[in-house]
Design a protein around this ligand. Structure first.
Ligand code: ADP
Ligand code: MG
Length: 572
């Protein structure tokens, strides 16, 4: 093959601006997020140079001011941050996509507290999506710096001249295109700041009023936050919703940076759990309401905030899903959620049981969908059971303890606690292994369960009257969960209460039935004969032991498990 010509492709910058203007972001509104991020960065940088001792002047109260002028179609953003020298304007502004963020972090060893947003989106040049002219008026903090004024109309030609500015910092002024004058509307600006910049750590002012919340509790240490702080954030993010059950505070610096607070809401049956409710932030800047591609599906019912600078923002959804860091972050989040549940199980069983209705569904769903999560939570999976612990005799168990008071030591009577494994209705909960251990003698490796407390009430009673313990697997997720349990515990036999029961499990000691003198058979035996003949199903089991109790029906017809399942299937 003959090479006809070889060379370098040249990019004519004239071609870039129309691209920025038209197709950079479908949402033009994000230009404001970019400019405010730069202003916040400029203030963070000033703090850093001041702390390093390089700048000894007064840094003043940090603030960002937005002004709009409908008549002149202008919008400007002013900060009292670090400012720029003429050289810096030439370096960082005139060269598209040249950021100073990294240099800064390197030089001043930024801590995660003054993290610089930088590299967020296209940055400064996104202002050309809405502006036909952009001006920068800036004065650097550096001693003897000359203020400069830069103007550009969106063509690659710019103007740089001296400015008369005397305040340190920067003002960016956009002269908006006619089709973009919505950005001179204060209500529109207010709304955009609420969306994107609400939690940015510097006051943003419009018409003399601070319009952002600033405090991002997820960036604080959990030790500095009260229960009320967490609830307050939840109410703010999800107004008019029921209080959350519990929450998890995420904060790690290594091997990736993730901060956040995730809440467990009360799960309502009508809530679409496939639709994410978690808000994604990057350095306190709002990115999106959708975390579906970042965290595992089973965490979707959670709400709250994930803030990470390590989640790539400008890659496709599919690339995001396979991105290694994103996968690791997802694992980290799932592990933290599991840890929080384990902690609650260990430290506050009563509360764990109170929340179980809601978190149980979640934990089961997670176990079904995620192997790692399954392993993390397998020991804290609990089931409601018919087991009733020995009643606690309050009088007997009440104890006296010595308490120190101002009047000296006194003895105080402390009432005993209700059993900690019960819910507010006194219903007992236990793990599968506790269940098996408790019943080892009576029905080793057998689990009796019911799927509907009401329709299976007689069967449940039949079992309990025989001293057999029944688990309730009666929530909507349990129909899937039973097969999962069978796969997980192959050594255990799971029988639904309306399935047949082995004879050896029937309590024989307690047999005091009347014997019919004519046939010399017990009444149970007679009834069995009768049913077997009438139904002509040799596989049928007839249980009559409940004849001994007044409250149960005289006899019960039980089908073998396979027949029962068959019946369930045909019923569908
Ligand atoms: P990035 O924020 O990723 O650094 P930008 O395109 O948003 O990229 O900004 C480019 C550079 O311009 C910044 O790194 C900073 O040096 C400079 N800059 C932009 N806005 C300001 C400002 N308000 N004050 C000081 N410097 C600024
Ligand atoms: Mg930027």
């Amino acid at each position: 093959m003959t090479v006809l010509e070889q060379g370098t492709i040249t990019i004519h910058t004239e071609n870039i601006f129309p691209i920025i203007k038209k197709s950079l972001y479908t949402d033009h509104e994000v230009f404001l997020r970019e400019l405010v991020s730069n202003a916040v960065d400029a203030i963070a940088k000033l703090n850093m140079v001041s702390r390093s001792g390089e700048y000894s002047g007064d840094i003043g109260e940090p603030e960002i001011t937005i002004t709009v002028d409908k008549d002149n179609k202008t919008l400007s953003i002013t900060d009292n941050g670090i400012g720029m020298t003429a050289d810096e304007v030439k370096k960082y502004i005139n060269q598209v996509a040249f950021s100073s963020a990294e240099e800064f972090i390197e030089k001043y060893k930024a801590s995660s507290n003054d993290a610089i947003i930088g590299h967020f989106g296209l940055g400064f040049y996104s202002s050309f999506m809405v502006a036909r002219q952009v001006e920068i008026d800036t004065l650097s903090y550096k001693e003897g710096a000359q203020a400069v004024h830069w103007t550009c109309d969106g063509s690659p030609i710019f103007q740089l001249e001296d400015s008369g500015r005397i305040q340190r910092g920067t003002t960016i002024t956009l002269t908006l295109m006619d089709e973009e004058i919505e950005y001179t509307e204060p209500s529109r600006i207010r709304q955009l700041i609420k969306t994107y910049c609400d939690f940015m750590p510097v006051p943003i002012k419009l018409d003399g009023e601070t319009i952002n919340r600033q405090k991002a509790p997820w960036r604080e240490s959990p030790n500095n936050l009260t229960q009320e702080d967490y609830l307050e954030l939840y109410r703010y993010l999800y107004p008019f919703q029921e209080e959350p059950l519990l929450w998890v505070h995420l904060n790690t610096d290594y091997p990736f940076i993730v901060n956040g607070i995730l809440y467990f809401p009360k799960l309502k049956p009508d809530v679409d759990v496939t639709q994410g409710n978690i808000k994604l932030f990057c350095n306190q800047v709002f990115v999106s309401d959708h975390c579906e591609d970042i965290i595992p599906k089973f965490l979707m019912p959670l709400r709250g905030v994930i803030d990470s600078t390590d989640i790539p923002l400008n890659i496709s959804r599919s690339a995001l899903q396979t991105n290694r860091t994103v996968r690791k972050i997802a694992d980290y989040v799932a592990k933290k959620v599991a840890d929080r549940l384990k902690e609650l199980y260990r430290d506050n069983r009563k509360e764990y049981i109170r929340c179980w209705q809601d978190i149980g569904t979640f934990v089961k769903f997670g176990s079904l969908n995620d192997d790692k999560f399954k392993k993390q939570v397998e020991d804290i999976l609990i089931y409601r059971t018919t087991y009733t612990p020995e009643p606690v005799n309050n009088e007997e168990k009440a104890v006296e303890v010595q308490v120190q008071t101002e009047e000296g030591d006194v003895w105080q009577e402390v009432a005993s606690q209700t059993p900690e494994n019960t819910d507010e209705k006194g219903r007992y909960y236990s793990t599968l292994s506790e269940y098996l251990e408790r019943n080892q003698k009576r029905h080793e490796n057998r689990v009796f369960y019911c799927t509907d407390e009401t329709t299976q009430a007689t069967y449940i009673q039949l079992h309990t009257s025989q001293g057999l313990e029944v688990l309730f697997l009666d929530s909507f997720i349990d129909s899937h969960f039973i097969s999962f349990l069978e796969r997980e515990h192959t050594e255990v036999k799971f029988s639904r209460v309306d399935a047949e029961l082995d004879d050896n499990l029937i309590d024989q000691d307690n047999n005091s039935e009347i014997v019919d003198p004519k046939t010399n058979k017990t009444r149970s035996e007679l009834i069995k004969d009768l049913f077997t003949a009438a139904l002509n199903k040799p596989k049928l089991t007839i249980r009559t032991e409940s004849l001994k109790s007044e409250n149960t029906p005289p006899a019960m017809v039980l089908l073998p498990e396979f027949m029962r399942r068959l019946q369930d299937m045909t019923a569908l």
